[in-house]
Ligand binder design. Structure first.
Ligand code: AMP
Length: 280
C-alpha cells in the first residue's frame, strides 16, 4: 500500500505524538529522493529496528554549492512513492521549501574539523547545508533512530557528531554501501550519466580497489595515487577531486595502510561528480 505523503510539519507532529505516546520507536531515513536500492536498503534496516518509519524526501538547496547541480538533480516523487509502497513505510515526509526555509530563516548549523577536508574542501558550504537540514529533520520527526549510508561516509561522521554535540536524543545508524553489479556505488546522480559515461563509471571503484590492494602490499599512497589518477583521466574522467586514505574514525590523513584505514575517492565524469569510499 502506498504510504501517505505528508507535506506539513503540523501533520507530521500530530502523527509522531500519537506514535510516541503509544511507546513506539520512530526511525527516519532522510533522502533527497530519486530512490534506488541503496536508499531502500536503509529503509529495510529501519523497518527491522523501529515500529514506525518515516522516509523524508527533500532536495535541500542549502547543501548544493552549484546552482546547475541543484537544477539538474533528479526529482522523481511519483516513482519514489511507488518504490516505497512494498516496504510498508508509515509516512513519506516531503516538506515544502518555504516551510523548511522561510524568508526570515537565519540559522546555520556548522560542524568544524570533520568538514574541512574531502567533500567539505571540494564543496564549500555543503556540510553546513547538510548539518542544518539534518538537524531540522531530526527535530521535526522526533525520531529515535536515523539511518544513513556509508556511501556518504563523511556525512555519516558529521551527522553523528552533530547529534552528540547538540544532545539530540537520536541514535545515528550507519548502513553499508549498495553497489551495482559492476561495482559502481548506487547514487541518484548515476541517473545523470549518459550510456557511454555509465560504462566508464565503475572504473572509480575498480581503481580504488586496486589502490587498496597496493596499500595492503605495503605501498605508500604517494607511490600509488599519480598512476591511479592518470588511469581515471585516460579513461575519460575529467577531473579527480581526491583519492585519499584516512582514518575511518576521525578522518585524519594517512600515508599508508593502518588499522581502520578507509580510502576516499571523488571524480568528475561528463559533468557528474561521483564519490565512493571503501574500508582498506
Ligand atoms: P541522498 O538521497 O543521496 O541524500 O542519500 C540519502 C541517504 O541514502 C544517505 O544516507 C546516503 O548515504 C544513502 N545512500 C545513498 N546511496 C547509497 C548506497 N549506494 N548505499 C547505501 N546508502 C546509500
Amino acid at each position: 500500500m502506498t504510504a501517505p505523503i505528508i507535506r506539513s510539519l503540523a501533520e507530521l507532529r500530530a502523527l509522531t505524538r500519537i506514535w510516541h505516546s503509544a511507546g513506539e520507536t520512530i526511525g527516519v531515513v532522510p533522502t533527497m529522493g530519486a530512490l534506488h536500492q541503496g536508499h531502500l536498503s536503509l529503509v529495510r534496516v529501519a523497518k527491522d529496528a523501529c515500529a514506525r518509519v518515516i522516509v523524508t524526501i527533500f532536495v535541500n538547496p542549502k547543501q548544493f554549492n552549484n546552482a546547475q547541480d541543484l537544477e539538474n538533480y533528479p526529482r522523481t516523487e511519483h516513482d519514489d512513492a511507488r518504490k516505497l509502497a512494498s516496504l510498508n513505510v508509515d509516512v513519506i515526509y516531503v516538506p515544502d521549501g518555504d516551510q523548511m526555509y522561510p524568508d526570515d530563516f537565519a540559522t546555520n548549523v556548522s560542524v568544524s574539523g570533520l568538514t574541512n577536508m574531502l567533500c567539505g574542501a571540494a564543496r564549500p558550504g555543503h556540510f553546513d547545508g547538510v548539518a542544518t537540514v539534518v538537524t531540522k529533520l531530526f527535530l521535526q520527526t522526533q525520531a529515535d533512530k536515523a539511518f544513513f549510508g556509508e556511501k556518504d561516509f563523511q556525512q555519516l561522521q558529521v551527522v553523528t557528531r552533530l547529534a552528540a554535540d547538540l544532545d539530540i536524543p537520536i541514535e545515528v545508524v550507519g548502513c553499508p554501501t549498495i553497489r551495482e553489479e559492476d561495482g559502481l556505488a548506487m547514487s541518484s546522480r548515476n541517473l545523470l550519466l549518459s550510456d557511454r559515461s555509465r560504462i566508464k563509471a565503475p572504473l572509480l571503484a575498480e581503481v580504488m580497489n586496486d589502490i587498496a590492494k597496493a596499500l595492503n602490499d605495503g605501498l605508500l599512497m604517494a607511490d600509488i595515487v599519480p598512476d591511479a589518477t592518470a588511469r581515471l583521466l585516460a579513461a575519460g574522467f575529467n577531473d579527480v577531486d581526491y583519492l585519499e586514505l584516512r582514518d575511518g574514525g576521525d578522518l585524519t590523513l594517512l600515508d599508508r595502510m593502518k588499522p581502520n584505514a578507509r580510502l576516499f575517492g571523488a571524480a568528475w565524469l561528463a559533468g557528474v561528480r561521483l564519490i565512493d569510499n571503501i574500508a582498506v
